[in-house]
Design a protein around this ligand. Structure first.
Ligand SMILES: Cc1cc2nc3c(=O)[nH]c(=O)nc-3n(C[C@H](O)[C@H](O)[C@H](O)COP(=O)(O)O)c2cc1C
Length: 411
């Protein structure tokens, strides 16, 4: 039994997840693509941005709530769509939806999960959004969108930054791929090494549902061989703005486009009818040379000019990270791995614990900044790397100049 009260920061949940999960699963949480440059860079940018605290403000009442698409949520957070939740924990997507509902924040379900979307809606409760992956069999993928519409999801997410496969050398090398097509000896060995996970997740699926988690929300033609299935699960890479229009025509409610890093794309998305955008580099998991979403946020916020909400994700692990993004103009922050670590550590309770850690840190940072609500945060609270450029122009004798004798010697 995990003592969640001992996990006082998101990284503690990450360490528990590392112990519990098979290496192949944990690697998906702990890596980005190629050399992990953009994965690491996301965190480095947070560290370079400073928040300037204010003193002697009455911060006894601090309200971190926001209003999004006319609904009030208790925190400026949304759970972002992530696959493999069913492999991390038994019916992990339902657990995440419930944790989000209890925290009164939206949850986004991805189409690659095992629990039928209607069940997640009903058992998870709260505000739920749906993210559709567009496979090469586009008509079947669009049938998934219609199904989500009829089921009653409040918003549709179209993720547009991963229409080509990620390049993840560590993933290519390992022997386990999810969803698992065939159980091999090595997989059983991993199960023995991680008994809590093996009994709590795959064994429980086999016992209760007589099968390992598959993809019930994807309309895969029946009767295919393993090789045919592999060939079917290829993402469509011909998507363009005409296709986006097709989805817009199909989806009557809120439509959100995820994966924007350029201001021109943000403007085009709004012209094409997007109701919100997500500035994201997919948590560092696609283009390894991508800038951090935070670096692009100010110019995108300026281009959007308040016409639609701007959401952001990738690398958020601290409450202070969330306030930095809001100070740079984001309306809300989406979190992926932080709640997945919690899910891996202790199912729904672990995901709720991750949210409560973030809630405490958000409220604590609001107090330090002298804020009673999030509407009052802004540029004044930030010290950005460029703000210090003038210091490098000040002559610093021990750094900027060199003694003439030494200069001669070095030539
Ligand atoms: C294991 C895993 C699975 C993911 N699956 C999806 C997905 O199915 N659809 C999607 O749009 N994004 C997916 N993402 C990307 C997330 O939505 C999000 O952009 C990213 O995780 C945010 O960064 P963070 O994990 O550092 O918070 C996935 C991310 C991870 C870590």
């Amino acid at each position: 039994m995990v003592r969640l009260d001992k996990a006082v920061e998101i990284n503690d949940l990450r360490l528990i997840a590392k112990r519990r999960l098979p290496v192949a699963l944990f690697n998906q949480l702990d890596h980005g693509s190629e050399d992990d440059v953009s994965y690491r860079h996301n965190r480095e940018v947070f560290e370079r941005i400073k928040l300037i605290h204010r003193i002697l403000q009455d911060v006894s009442q601090r309200d971190p709530s926001i209003t999004l698409f006319g609904k009030k949520h208790d925190l400026p957070l949304i759970i972002t769509p992530t696959g493999i939740t069913s492999w991390i924990s038994y019916r992990g997507e339902v657990s995440l939806a419930r944790a989000a509902a209890k925290a009164n924040i939206p949850f986004t379900l991805t189409s690659t999960t095992a629990t039928p979307m209607e069940t997640v809606l009903e058992e998870g409760g709260g505000t739920q959004w749906y993210q559709a992956i567009m496979w090469r069999d586009l008509e079947s993928s669009l049938r998934g969108v219609e199904r989500a519409r009829d089921a009653g999801f409040e918003a549709l997410f179209l993720t547009v930054d991963s229409t080509i496969p990620y390049n993840r050398p560590w993933d290519k090398r390992q022997d386990i791929k999810f969803p698992l097509e065939r159980v091999k000896l090595g997989h059983l060995f991993e199960g023995v090494r991680h008994p809590h996970w093996a009994l709590g997740t795959p064994a429980r699926y086999l016992l209760k549902e007589r099968q390992l988690p598959g993809m019930t929300n994807t309309d895969v033609p029946e009767g295919m061989t393993a090789a045919e299935r592999r060939a079917w699960f290829v993402k469509e890479d011909s998507l363009d703005w005409t296709f986006f229009q097709r989805v817009r025509d199909l989806w009557p409610r809120t439509l959100i486009i995820k994966g924007i890093l350029h201001p021109d794309d943000a403007v085009q998305a709004i012209s094409a009818g997007a109701d919100a955008i997500v500035v994201s580099n997919h948590g560092g998991a696609t283009n390894d040379s991508a800038p951090s979403p935070l670096e692009m946020l100010p110019s995108i916020v300026a281009a959007v000019a308040g016409r639609v909400p701007v959401l952001v994700d990738s690398g958020f692990r601290r409450g202070s990270d969330v306030l930095k993004a809001i100070a740079l103009g984001a309306d809300a922050v989406m979190i992926g791995r932080a709640t997945l670590y919690g899910l891996a550590a202790a199912g729904e309770a672990g995901a709720s614990h991750a949210l409560s850690i973030l809630r405490d840190e958000i409220r604590r940072t609001m107090g330090a900044l002298g804020l009673s609500d999030l509407a009052s945060i802004g540029r004044d609270h930030l010290l950005l790397p460029g703000d210090l450029d003038h210091l490098s122009r000040v002559a610093v004798p021990w750094k900027g100049t060199i003694a003439p004798e030494l200069d001669a010697e070095l030539r």
